[in-house]
Design a protein around this ligand. Structure first.
Ligand code: TYM
Length: 334
C-alpha cells in the first residue's frame, strides 16, 4: 500500500529554530515520516516577504535544513529540500493567485497582524500573497496531511478552499489536504509573555528558547519564566497561562500526560518544575545542537544532499503543475 502524502515547511527567518517550532512541528514530523510519504521544505521564498539580509539569509537556509536533519528528519526516508530549488512553487502560486479573492486574502489573521504592525507602506504584495504560495506548496504534491502548529490552521483552510474552487472550475486536479494539529503542544507561548505565541520575531528574546542556544542560556530562561504567585502547579490556560505553558512543554518533551506531571509536583513550588524542565530541554536540544553544528561544518555536503532531494521534489511537482496548466487552458509548448 502506498503511504499517505504529507507536506510541511518552516521559514528560515532566524539563526535558530525556536522551541515552538520544535514542539509544534519538528518533533511530530519526525514521528510522522515513518508512516507517510513526507515532503519537508525550508520555505526560503516565504522568508523574503519580510526584509532579510542577503548575506545571512543563505546561511539561515542551511542552518534550518541542518536542524531538520539533526532533529531526526531523514533525507532518505523523507524529501527534505529548499523551496526555491523547485520553480513549480512560484509557477503554481501565480495560477492560484488568479482564483484567490482580494478580500479572502485580506482576512488572513497573520497578514492582518503583521501588516497592521508594519503599516501599509512597509507591507509588501508578497506578504499579502504569502498564504497563496503556501497553498501552492501543499497542492503541488497532492498532499493529504499537513502537520502544523495551531497558528497555521487558517492558511490550511484557505488551501482547501482554493483546491475545491480550482477542482470545481477546471476539473479534479488537486487532492484536498487536511491540517494535522496537535493538542496542548500546538501552541507554545513566550516564557515572558505567556499569552503571546513564542515566535522568532518576538520583540524581546528573553522568553524565546532557541534550539541552537547554549544549554546554560536556555536553562536560565526557563528558570526565569513568568508564572504567578499562587505557588500551585496546576493546568489552567486562562488563570495560569505561564505554568500551563511550562506544563505543555514538559508534557511534549517527556511524552507524559499533563495530569500525571501535575500529580508529581503536587505540594511543590514552581522551582523544581522549572529545574526539571530545564534539564529536559537541555537533554533534548544538546544532541540536536551538536549534530546541527557537525552538518553546518560541511556546507558542500549539505548542499549536495539538498540538491538530490530537490530533484525528487521537482519530479513530483512537475506532474501536478503540468496538470494545472492544462486544466486552465494554457498552451503546451510544442
Ligand atoms: P513558521 O516558519 O512560522 O513555523 C514553522 C512551524 O512551527 C509551528 N510553530 C509553532 N507551534 C507551536 N507553538 C509555537 N509557538 C509555534 N511557532 C511556530 C508553525 O505552526 C509551523 O508549523 N507558513 C508556515 C510555513 C509554510 C508551510 C507551508 C507549512 C510555508 N509553506 C506548507 C506547512 C505547509 C510558517 O510560517 O511557519
Amino acid at each position: 500500500m502506498t503511504k499517505p502524502r504529507l507536506y510541511s515547511g518552516m521559514q528560515p527567518s532566524a539563526d535558530s529554530l525556536q522551541l515552538g517550532n520544535y514542539v509544534g512541528a519538528l518533533k511530530p514530523w519526525k514521528a510522522l515520516q515513518e508512516e507517510h510519504d513526507a515532503f519537508f521544505s525550508v520555505v526560503d521564498l516565504h522568508a523574503l516577504t519580510v526584509p532579510q539580509d542577503p548575506a545571512t539569509l543563505r546561511e539561515k537556509i542551511r542552518r534550518t535544513a541542518a536542524q531538520y536533519i539533526a532533529a531526526g528528519i531523514s533525507p532518505e526516508k523523507s524529501t527534505l529540500y529548499v523551496q526555491s530549488h523547485v520553480p513549480a512553487h512560484t509557477e503554481l502560486a501565480w495560477i492560484l493567485n488568479t482564483i484567490t479573492g482580494f478580500g479572502e486574502a485580506g482576512r488572513m489573521t497573520q497578514f492582518k497582524d503583521k501588516s497592521s504592525r508594519q503599516g501599509a507602506d512597509a507591507t509588501s504584495v508578497g506578504l499579502f500573497a504569502y498564504p497563496v504560495l503556501m497553498a501552492a506548496d501543499i497542492l503541488l504534491y497532492q498532499t493529504e496531511v499537513v502537520p502544523v502548529g495551531d497558528d497555521q490552521r487558517q492558511h490550511v483552510e484557505l488551501t482547501r478552499d482554493l483546491a475545491e474552487r480550482f477542482n470545481s472550475r477546471f476539473g479534479k486536479t488537486f487532492t484536498i489536504p487536511k491540517a494535522l494539529i496537535g493538542g496542548d503542544d500546538a501552541r507554545i507561548y513566550d516564557l515572558q509573555n505567556p499569552t503571546s505565541k513564542m515566535s522568532k520575531s518576538a520583540e524581546s528574546m528573553a522568553g524565546v528558547i532557541w534550539v541552537l542556544d547554549e544549554p546554560a542560556v536556555s536553562a536560565k530562561k526557563i528558570m526565569r519564566a513568568v508564572t504567578d504567585d499562587e505557588g500551585v502547579v496546576a493546568y489552567d490556560r486562562e488563570k495560569k497561562p505561564g505554568v500551563s505553558n511550562l506544563l505543555s512543554i514538559y508534557s511534549s518533551l517527556s511524552g507524559r500526560a499533563i495530569p500525571e506531571i501535575v500529580a508529581e509536583y503536587e505540594g511543590q513550588g514552581y522551582g523544581s518544575l522549572k529545574k526539571n524542565l530545564a534539564e529536559l530541554v537541555v537533554a533534548e536540544f544538546g544532541p540536536v545542537r551538536e549534530r546541527a553544528h557537525e552538518l553546518m561544518a560541511d556546507p558542500a555536503e549539505l548542499d549536495r544532499l539538498l540538491s538530490r532531494n530537490a530533484d525528487r521534489a521537482n519530479e513530483a511537482a512537475q506532474t501536478t503543475l503540468a496538470a494545472a496548466y492544462d486544466a486552465v487552458g494554457l498552451l503546451r509548448r510544442g
